[in-house]
Design a protein. Sequence first.
Lengths: 270, 524
Amino acid sequence: MNKHSKIGAGLLALAGSAQALALDKYIPTTDRIGDPAAGWNHLWSEVLVDITIMGVLFAVVLAYLMVKFRRRPGVEGGGVKELSVGAAIGWAIIPAFIFLADDLFVAANGWQLWNLQRTVPADRLEVRLESGMYSWDYTYPNGVRTQNVLKVPAGKPVLLRMTSRDTIHNHYMPDFKVKEDSMPGRITYLWFYPKEPGKHLVTCNEYCGVSHSYMSGQVEVMPPEQYQAWYEEEGAKLKAAAAAPAATEGSAPAAAPTAGAAAQDNKKPA
Amino acid sequence: MNLKEWVFTTDHKRVGILYLIGSVAAFVVAGIMALLMRAELSAMGPTLTANPTTYNVWLYAHGAVMILGFQIPALTGFAANYAIPLMIGAKDVAFPRLNAFSVWLFYMGVILALLTFVIPDPPDVLWTGYPPYSTITTGNTALYTFTVLLIGFASIIAGVNFITTIAYMRAKGLTWNKLNFFVWSILGSFVMQLIYVPVLGTAVLLVSFDKYLGTHFFDPTMGGDVLTYQNLFWFYSHPAVYVIFLPFMGIIMDIFATFSKNRIFNYKAAVYGGVWGIVIISGEVWIHHLYVTGMPDWLRIGQMVTTLMISVPVGLMTISLVGTLYKGSITFETPMLYALGTMFLFLVGGLTGIPLAVTSLTVNLSETYYVVGHFHYVMAVAGSLAIFSGVYYWFPKMTGRMVNETWGRIAFVFTFVGANVIFWTMMNVGVKEGLPRRYYDWAQFPQVAHDQMVMTIGSVIIGIGFAIMLLNWILSAAFGKKAGDNPWESKSLEWTTASPPPHGNWPKPPVLADDWSPYAYAKR
């Protein structure tokens, strides 16, 4: 536990300086807004067709040969001649070529989707995430902090800059088909495109400790006006609190939420 | 039969059987862990235990023991030791005492792994042992480190031994291109072990340094980096998949040839393209285990291409397997049933790996039940069925008795059905719901209740299959009917000596004719 808090304290300092440096030169930006989740569904169905065809082909041939060449009375040996040199080379080169062609086809499509997933639209909401055992702590551009609930406006891409204060966690949003580790001492990013208002699960996807399976959160996609109202109201509250001679400074962990209570206590088994 | 003779044996056959006993014991323990986990997951919320750490220890033990205690030793320990000297016509391995030493180290490793269930704070770091968790947990990370080191050291010694044996102790007239495919696969496996095991040893040692000696290799607050560990770990542990994969292909390839009474189709493509293709590419694909860790984007794309290219050597070996049946004269005894079962499971497992090679698809699939389903198909059940097909295959040679066929078939049906029930469902849940792996409780995903129950039932079915198999082995070893020297009518060299073979294997070292081949079956 001692070590744990030491890491936490060190990271606090580290996160401050590192996040100030930002990582913009590592985040390619685009003016176009694509939809990575839809792209994922598309590529998945394509690859699924590809592997199903190969699987069925091999399985059918295998089953056919098993039946066709089962031992029959009178046929003791089954040995056939070795392939000629030409045939052996052909049976190596041609299949290798076919497999390689398929690989490159899949890779090209995968790369295309990858570029979409890693190139973040310029018009976006940026939120910083610090994960810890066992919570997701979000910080908005105006300083508002929330825990385990990420409120975002519909129709605007969201970029998460992530780090962790203790072990490795992974911010996974199954509905948006995207995840990335958040790690101590490193900053990673992911983005997603929430289109419609609604609620979506956030779950931890990297073994992080005893209560790993209870580490969950929620993305709350709000109608843009409603989001804007909430954002400004919380921002104003924060300003008022800062103006007041509050004694909280220094004692608050980076992640103490300013808005609302934690969605749930992730440390307790349900 | 006295105990001292077995403990201090230097006979490769006895060493092999010791490896078999140790690894099957490990398999039973790790299998029970799997059943416990499935029971825990059968219903939402705490079921068997209310303490997630208990579950995490089962999870650790299941993964670490299955891979390090069962699959690698069963293939590169048991199968290699028992079959290689016999297949190449040698009277023993090159360094018999070193061989005995490596089996001792293996047993020490297994005993250390079993201490997990005795010590007060057992390791709960999974088989991967990622820091920072492994350096801050109250669980005993040192036990993990030393288990890995002991078994790893056993592997390195065995690697030196077997590469020397295969290079220098082949019978007169046994040229490289006449080797059984299995011999090639073991050679490839041990070349990889020699290259990569030291890297794993370094990684797990540094974790314990960090935890117990206060170093900061992986501690970012003091200039360390958490990802260094993951890179070192997977630099070994992806090749480790092929250390398992190659010998299991080797076993089923030889079984296919024997039970089809046929040559291996395009042998040279399978050896030089397949085995050595895998060995060459194996070290350039580890990033696919780090697809969602913020590794540089270009690297995640580069290794997507290398990972996909693995399909070429694997495809060549698969074509050789399928082609070996062509114009064969196939019989379906238990070893062949298990080998064919392996083939079908491997087909599903191999092909479902292709989406996981694609970085942009893995961004969703990584660390979900889909991954667990995939690698259990390709590695866990295909690998285990291949190992067991090998045990069934060499059983008459080892014991001089036949395994009971009827019970062998019954066990196969249970195992094959159970495996598909669990792992097909698992992949499905992973894709549809994104259910993460390594969850003690799936409270966040109430919609998977039905599937979880199906998987638990599947685990009982597969458990029954393995139990029947083990009982059948024990009873058949004692009461089975006499086997004779060559019950499968194979042309391979190990079947030309007595069952079980005497010390030294042959009264006189075999000399091979020019037209001899392990696959020279009568022409149709």
